[in-house]
Design a protein around this ligand. Structure first.
Ligand SMILES: Nc1nc2c(c(=O)[nH]1)N[C@H]1C(S)=C(S)[C@@H](COP(=O)(O)O)O[C@H]1N2
Ligand SMILES: [Mo]
Length: 408
């Protein structure tokens, strides 16, 4: 369900492991002669079927039988996108594109646009109400502004909202919106908002919103509407997202946070303990991941609720993966994703905002006992998790704590 916070990874893999206090040196020093292998723990890219699915709809649009999918326009052959003015807050749109007037965009039209201006980029998919990512993808599509311009808007256009197939039941509509400016131009370093039709090199699966979904690079998942059918140009100046009705902070961009992925099943007393984790790199970037372990019964001053005074130690943020996962066999991704160097096929900088980074730490040995492992991120502005916005409805980024036991 969209509103809970069950971890996407099994508790079992998180329960036994460790970190330590130990004064002085950086924990990461000498931790990894060579990069640890994440291929079984958490492949960098998530294959389409491994994404966690939080889709709504009764029935779920992707579960419809083939003939119903044809009827609903949920196949590439039958998909159509209408681009129209909002009848309630009219924008001046000279070339509305509807099924009725025969101008709706179809798959062929989208592929023609794709030949001209398709882009791809890495983006982590996270629900603001769930504390762990749903999946990590290489997404490909056509900038949404291409079809906005095709509709020939002239004035009274301040916002764009959009929705997908919802079983022809208005109560099931899942709608999101953006200021028109975000669609027409991209702030420095941000990819465009796209009509997305490919994920990890393959056409978008029905579960992921295929044939076509919106993808908003810097946003939480609810802005990326699946099974897209309608784009509405409006003079309304405020957000009318379905998620706004549920007390979500709908203007909150992706936040930076760290999570533990694996710790040894049995932590042995007085022996170094390897820990692997992931960081979501939000809009404010990532400069550090830190870990800290303390005895489970250690009291902490209530006024320091984000543990700012704890003896945190730096983990090592790993370089771009040698193996990307997601069905790509080697260290190279197809095409040139935004932010990559066409010569080398590698990212121009790392970590990439809006994507994922892996980290590792090797912790000094601990005496027998029960412990709590915590990890946190520091963004590129030097601000420690869960700040700058610690509010759960702005995107969950609490400092995670994992219990573990050290045995003799
Ligand atoms: N049409 C439609 N689009 C949707 C949703 C939905 O229920 N219906 N859920 C949204 C939410 S809340 C999230 S978090 C993301 C999840 O994307 P994913 O299923 O590809 O992981 O899809 C978004 N797009
Ligand atoms: Mo969500």
């Amino acid at each position: 369900m969209p509103n809970d916070e069950r971890p996407a990874f099994s508790r079992r893999s998180l329960l036994l492991g460790a970190a330590a206090l130990g004064a002085g040196s950086t924990l990461a020093k000498g931790a990894t002669q060579e990069s640890p292998d994440f291929s079984t723990v958490d492949p960098y890219l998530t294959t389409q079927e491994k994404f966690r699915d939080v889709s709504r709809g009764k029935p779920l649009p992707h579960s419809l039988p083939p003939e119903k999918k044809v009827e609903a326009g949920l196949t590439r052959e039958t998909w159509k996108l209408e681009v129209v003015s909002d009848p309630e807050h009219k924008a001046d749109v000279r070339n509305p594109m509807t099924r009725e007037n025969g101008k709706a965009l179809d798959w062929e039209g989208l592929m023609r646009l794709a030949e001209k201006c398709s882009v791809s980029f890495l983006k982590i998919m996270t629900c603001n109400n769930i504390g762990r990512p749903l999946g990590m993808g290489l997404w490909e599509g056509v900038p949404l502004r291409e079809v906005v311009w095709m509709a020939d808007p002239r004035e009274n256009l301040r916002r764009v909202f959009y929705y997908g197939f919802h079983n022809n039941d208005p109560k099931q509509m899942f709608r999101s919106s953006l200021p028109v400016g975000r669609i027409l131009e991209d702030p420095p370093g941000l990819p465009p908002v796209i009509l997305c039709f490919r994920l990890n090199g393959q056409f978008l699966a029905p579960e992921r919103g295929g044939p076509v979904r919106i993808l908003v690079p810097e946003a939480y998942g609810f802005k990326s509407v699946k099974w897209l059918t309608h784009v509405v140009l409006t003079n309304l100046h405020g957000a009318n997202d379905t998620y706004a009705d549920e007390n979500n902070d709908v203007d909150s961009p992706l936040k930076t946070f760290a999570r533990v992925l694996s710790v040894p099943k049995e932590a042995k007393a007085d022996q170094p303990i390897p820990v692997l984790g992931l960081a979501q790199v939000g809009i404010s970037g990532l400069s550090k991941v830190q870990v800290w372990a303390c005895r489970a019964d250690e009291a902490w001053p209530a006024e320091d609720k984000y543990f700012t005074g704890a003896p945190w130690k730096d983990a090592e943020i790993l370089p771009p993966p040698a193996t990307w996962g997601g069905g790509f066999p080697d260290g190279k991704l197809p095409g040139t994703p935004l932010g990559f160097d066409p010569e080398t096929g590698k990212p121009k900088r790392w970590p990439l905002p809006l994507a994922k980074a892996h980290w590792s730490a090797r912790l000094p040995g601990l005496p027998e006992g029960k412990y709590l492992l915590r990890c946190r991120s520091i963004d590129a502005n030097g601000i420690a998790q869960p700040l700058p916005r610690p509010f759960p409805k702005s995107g969950r980024a609490l400092i995670e704590q994992t219990e573990f036991v050290v045995k003799g």
